[in-house]
Structure formats: structure tokens, C-alpha cells
Design a protein around this ligand. Structure first.
Ligand code: F6P
Length: 373
């Protein structure tokens, strides 16, 4: 009898999700005689047993489409808002899987999804995950799909901001996404030739950034592009949160990781709007007019890059093979140009941040970029 596998997308959407769903579905159906049931809106659809059959008609024409045909949400199996109450829906999820006679579950998601998938694996499900996120912050994979597209979008925006910044002799501060990691800011900053890049991993001193801009002015350059990762922190803010970060790095179990991340999130929420303050301070310190552009969800929307289509297809077909071989309990990852399986218990909770001694940081500094350190 053909196997039946559930599939869902969870967390923030990103380009390449449909390419991955298509690859899993086509390879499953054509090569391995496995059928797919797509659950809607992340773990919520699984808890509420809301699904659609992913037959070949559903999989056709979606390779180039952004977002996810399944819908997504940030719902967690063990803490879901149902009828105004927070409920543990793990039992309901297990019932859905039993009712539908699912042989396995595939979860496409970021760091939070890896942790939730591990919870479901521990509850007895056969789970495989794929790494997706524009933040590129999932541990044990060299890259996650969605990232390349987001870097491309942010780079194009920086290119466009360059010409207006030059024309007006202005500082333009560009806020990019990335959550607590600076990968997107770093790569888009390098690709777009930014003059300063502020990332969460290197706490900045605004005076140092202003100094680098003043030096540019002395050399006759009266404009600057400053890329700021949404999670960037000043040295002062870093001191205020470093104890929490140390706890976060040391934490091993998902419950404490989540509670620490909530506290960090609350701190960040209090400091929301700090990029406008960066722009204002730089204007005051350099005497150059400044403007702020927040790229926001533009970075997550639209068609995936060629790289993300290829990468998502590669991961998707590897996933179909792993389903066929009953190789469960893993995230499929890219390491040294190979797709490999990494146990979920290894991946879950391991955030990949930019190491301050990463070769790209050195390279960026050598082409004159300031990190405000
Ligand atoms: O994780 C992807 C991401 O886009 C982050 O870069 C960003 O902080 C977050 O999601 C935004 O989430 P939401 O779409 O829920 O506002």
C-alpha cells in the first residue's frame, strides 16, 4: 500500500517554500509511490485536521510562486491559541495523524519549527524537516532556502538607495530583517557596497559609526549607506541583554530556550524604532541629513531566486528519498555542498549567528566597511 505523508509549512513564509513542496510531491508520487496530504496554516491545520490532497494538479505551476500554497502560522503544537485560551494541542495532533493513517510528517520551517518538530518526534511521530528562513540562522546547515532571494531583494534596494543618497548628499539608514542574526545585513551590505553594517553579533558604538562617516566626508564623499539588522544592538543595549544571551546560549531544553527568547523579544519590543534613533543620532553627529528606509516584509515576498529554486528542489527530492527509506527524526541540511541528515535533537535550539571572526567580516572591513566596533 502507498505511504501517506502529511506536510506543513510553519513560521514566517519565504520564497522557495512552494518549490520545496513541489519537489517533495513530484518525487514522492513519481519515484516512490508516496501520497501527500498538505495541512493548512502550519501546526494549526494539523491540530484542527484541516488538509488538502497534494496531487499533481496542485503541484503544477508553483515552482516560481512566492509564499506557500499551504498557508503558514507561528502556532506551536504545545501552546496554541484556541477560542481565546492557550492550549496544548499535541494530543489533537497525534489524533489527526492517526485518523488520517499518516506514516510520517514533513515540516518546512525555521528555528522554531525545528524545536516543535522535535517535540512531535518525542511524542511518537515520524518527522522530517527542511530548513527555510530568510534569516539563515538555523544551525548545522550552511544555508536555508529563502535567504538567497532575500539577500537579492535587499541588495537591489540598497543599489536604488545609493543613487538617491548620492544625489541628496544624505545618510540613508536601511533596516533589514534577520531576527537575532546578522547574515542578511552582512551579505546584502557587502553586495550593495554599504559603508556601515550594524549586526546583532557585533554591538556598535554610534560614535564609531559617525566617525567613519566623517572620514568619508573628509575624502569628499558626502553620502553614506548604513545597513542595520533589525536585531542590531548598541554596546549599551548589549550590556543590558548579555546575561540573557549567555543563558540563551547555555540553554539546552526547549522550555527554557523559549522563555529566554520571550524575555529577549520583550526587550527588543521595548526598543522598537531604534533604527530611527540611529538615523537621528547620525544626523546630529555628522551634520548630514539622514533618512530611514525599513525594507520589512518586501524581503520575504515574491518569486524565489534561481538559487533558492534549485536548493529547495534539491532538499525536497532528498526529503522524498528519506521518506521512502524511512529515515526519520532529522532535518535535511546543506553541508559542504552535500545534502545530509542532521538529528532534530542536534539542530533544535541551535541558532547560527555570525561569528565575529567570520571571514566575511574581515573581508568587509578590508573594503572599508564599518561595523561600529
Ligand atoms: O524569521 C523570519 C522573519 O522575517 C524575521 O526576519 C523577522 O524578524 C520576522 O520573521 C517577522 O515576523 P512576522 O512576519 O511574524 O512579523
Amino acid at each position: 500500500m502507498a505511504k501517506l505523508v502529511g506536510i506543513l509549512t510553519s513560521g514566517g513564509d519565504c520564497p522557495g517554500l512552494n518549490a520545496a513542496i513541489r519537489a517533495i510531491g513530484k518525487a514522492c508520487e513519481d519515484a516512490y509511490d508516496i501520497r501527500l496530504l498538505g495541512f493548512l496554516n502550519g501546526f494549526r491545520g494539523l491540530a484542527q485536521d484541516k488538509s488538502i490532497k497534494l496531487d499533481s494538479s496542485m503541484l503544477s505551476g508553483i515552482l516560481t510562486i512566492g509564499g506557500t500554497i499551504l498557508g503558514t502560522s507561528r502556532d506551536k503544537p504545545h501552546r496554541m491559541q484556541i477560542g481565546g485560551k492557550t492550549r496544548d494541542m499535541t494530543g489533537a495532533i497525534l489524533e489527526t495523524c492517526e485518523r488520517n493513517h499518516l506514516d510520517a510528517l514533513v515540516c518546512l520551517g525555521g528555528g522554531g519549527t525545528q524545536r516543535n518538530a522535535l517535540r512531535l518526534e518525542k511524542a511518537g511521530l515520524n518527522v522530517i524537516t527542511l530548513p527555510k528562513t530568510i534569516d539563515n540562522d538555523i544551525g548545522y546547515t550552511d544555508m536555508s532556502f529563502g535567504f538567497d532571494t532575500a539577500v537579492g531583494i535587499a541588495t537591489e534596494a540598497i543599489d536604488r538607495l545609493h543613487s538617491t543618497a548620492t544625489s541628496h548628499n544624505r545618510i540613508i539608514v536601511v533596516e533589514v530583517m534577520g531576527h537575532g542574526a546578522g547574515w542578511l545585513a552582512l551579505e546584502a551590505g557587502i553586495a550593495g557596497g554599504a559603508d556601515a553594517v550594524l549586526i546583532p553579533e557585533i554591538p556598535y558604538d554610534i560614535e564609531v559609526v559617525a566617525d567613519s562617516i566623517r572620514r568619508r566626508t573628509q575624502r569628499g564623499k558626502r553620502f553614506s549607506i548604513v545597513v542595520v539588522a533589525e536585531g542590531a544592538v548598541s554596546r549599551k543595549e548589549h550590556i543590558a541583554t548579555s546575561a540573557l544571551w549567555a543563558e540563551r546560549v547555555a540553554a539546552k531544553d526547549p522550555v527554557s530556550i523559549e522563555s529566554i527568547e520571550q524575555k529577549l523579544k520583550a526587550y527588543r519590543a521595548e526598543h522598537i524604532g531604534h533604527t530611527i534613533q540611529i538615523a537621528q543620532k547620525l544626523e546630529a553627529l555628522t551634520g548630514l541629513e539622514s533618512r530611514l528606509t525599513i525594507l520589512g516584509h518586501v524581503q520575504r515576498g515574491g518569486t524565489p531566486s534561481a538559487f533558492d529554486r534549485v536548493f529547495a528542489t534539491w532538499l525536497g527530492t532528498a526529503c522524498a528519498r528519506a521518506l521512502h527509506e524511512n529515515n526519520f527524526g532529522n532535518m535535511l541540511a546543506l553541508q559542504n555542498n552535500e545534502i545530509i541528515s542532521v538529528p532534530l535533537k542536534t539542530v533544535a535550539g541551535n541558532k547560527k549567528r555570525v561569528p565575529p571572526d567570520h571571514p566575511l567580516i574581515e573581508s568587509a572591513k578590508l573594503v572599508g566597511m564599518s561595523f561600529g566596533d
